[in-house]
Design a protein around this ligand. Sequence first.
Ligand SMILES: [Zn+2]
Length: 62
Amino acid sequence: MLTQVLIHCPYCGEPVDIFVEGSAEDQQYIEDCQVCCRPIVLRVTVDEDGGVRVDAASENDG
Ligand SMILES: [Zn+2]
């Protein structure tokens, strides 16, 4: 089941809708910003209640 999450691009600050796998374990992947096309590093964590939390960082943040 996919969960829609709104994040803000660390480069241009625009809101970006992403879809994450809610039932999956913690994951990290890169998705290009729909606005400025730069690679956003997404860290997805799922808490015990099934809530999905997404941290968006620029590639240079490490
Ligand atoms: Zn952007």
